[in-house]
Write a protein that binds this ligand. Structure first.
Ligand code: TYD
Length: 224
């Protein structure tokens, strides 16, 4: 059986990557591919527990402030479990794995946003994830201003509808998001073959068309 393909989606909160990922999944399935989707943090039983600790702003009221290095380590505990339980089995059985966030998020948010620096994140990635890299990373990077506006809007809606509070990250300051944005730029410049940035504020449909074209040029030819 041929090896599958590993695609990650990255960007700031509110960049639209989750919508784009879902639409790409539907498209690839319609083309006859086996597709597995996953989001980080989360996607396994352990990961969902870690997610609720990390994202619920109330958890700081009970747990106290989470130290940046603890936050980083929890992200990698989640990721190591997802690799073992979901990512490697999917890739090894020939599926296309679409993952909503991966180690670039840790480098951007904890490395850049929380100022732990890239080297700490990359060495943690080698230790916890055996340095497993995606084949392709789609980085949605519309303007910082547009991203912040969308994140705030989405967050308000989310809290109103569900009464839950997954906004620990969204409460951060604009400077925090500026550092994340800059780190994503650095990653894209460092790894131009793997990381493809989509920078403008085109419509959802236009961006989806571009993503489909890009993925079509990258997917390995089916084995006859
Ligand atoms: P989520 O609700 O999935 O947001 P989004 O739809 O924007 O992806 O929340 C994930 C949050 O966790 C997001 O603010 C980014 C953050 N995060 C990190 O800080 N480091 C990481 O390694 C990952 C995977 C996510």
């Amino acid at each position: 059986m041929s090896r599958g393909y590993f695609i990650t989606f990255e960007g700031l909160d509110g960049s639209g990557k989750t919508t784009q990922l879902r639409r790409l999944a539907t498209h690839l399935e319609a083309e006859g591919h086996k597709v597995v989707t996953l989001r980080q943090p989360g996607g396994t039983a352990l990961g969902d527990r870690i997610r609720s600790i990390l994202l619920d702003s109330k958890s700081e009221a009970t747990l106290g402030p989470i130290a940046p290095a603890a936050e980083m380590s929890l992200m990698f505990a989640d990721r190591a479990q997802a690799i073992a339980e979901v990512i490697l089995p999917a890739i090894n059985s020939g599926s296309i794995l679409l993952c909503d966030r991966y180690t670039d998020s840790s480098e951007a948010y904890q490395g850049g946003g929380r100022q732990l620096g890239s080297e700490r994140i990359l060495s943690m990635h080698r230790a916890a994830c055996d340095n497993l890299q995606p084949d392709l990373t789609i980085l949605l990077l519309p303007s910082l201003e547009a991203s912040l506006r969308r994140a705030r809007r989405r967050n308000r809606r989310h809290t109103q509808q569900q009464g839950t509070d997954e906004n620990r990250f969204e409460r951060e300051s604009d400077d925090f998001y500026r550092r994340i944005y800059q780190k994503y730029e650095e990653i894209a410049a460092r790894e131009p073959h793997r990381v493809i940035p989509i920078r403008d504020d085109a419509s959802i449909d236009q961006i989806q068309t571009r993503i489909r074209e890009l993925v079509a040029t990258r997917l390995p030819a089916p084995v006859a």
